[in-house]
Design a protein. Sequence first.
Length: 318
Amino acid sequence: MSDTQKLNEVIEYLQSQGLDVVETSTKPKEIKKEKKKGNTKKPLYEQMIYPAEELKSEGLGNGRWYHEIGDTNINNWKPSVTTILSVIDKGGGFNAWNRNYGHMADPYMKYAATKGSVTHFSIDDMVNGKTITAQDVWNKIDFEQDESWKVFGTKKLMAQQVLRNIESFMAFWEEKDPIPIAAEYPILTEHYGGRLDLIVQIKKTKNSKKRSTVMIDIKTGGSYFSHALQNSAYKHAWDNEHPDLPIDYIAGLYVTSEYRDKPTYKLQYQNYMYDEFLCALKLWHAIHKPAKADAVKPKLNKKTRTTFNLYNKTEKEA
């Protein structure tokens, strides 16, 4: 007896018992997706990974320290990655410049820091979906409250350099077409803290079949050995916090204002050197740890008294 005959017998029996049988097709119906009106997909920047908790950083006498917001116990504070890597020599070129122009080092470093900060803040705003204008850049320079740029040029010149840095970043973005994963992401580990610049998914080469997850540190100056150690520390922290989304590659993105017509940039892939970073961490502690202390602690800035008196003991102690 064929399957069809068996099925017919079952149907006849059910009908004899007063049950209705609805005939259906033996082929499953094709499920058609409803066409949604308009594009309801979230923009890429709204799909990024954001930290569960933010961190606060303090610039102190012995470097920058990171801690959880509201945590006043300095035993929990951790030195920043860049503070730790200050023990690494920057090379002959930097040392030669410092010998020749050391008297200008402090204002130049403040100038470079201001330009770098404004560039970073502007890029972070753009990655998060905001539009940046020349006026925004101008306002950000004002917000930094640093007039060291006057030693090297006008405010207009600094703003122009920042805008050209942004153009350089735009050239990278338009060419690589990245998918942003995280930006300005804070990290805090047992040994150090910091804030990584950018994680994206891009094709490493034009012929790559799939995208790779790349951690990028954005730089507005020259390339140094310590940059790879910095990214290695960030990668180690990120991979521990997000084991489901490990970093495939680390790289430095060197944006520049030094181009003629067409904006240029340099994306430099780096070797992962976390063990070398730990050596620098050990060296930093050895240099800065007080003789009778068990570890390096943050040096809090002593607040200046607002009331002074040579003879009134109460006011003097206050």
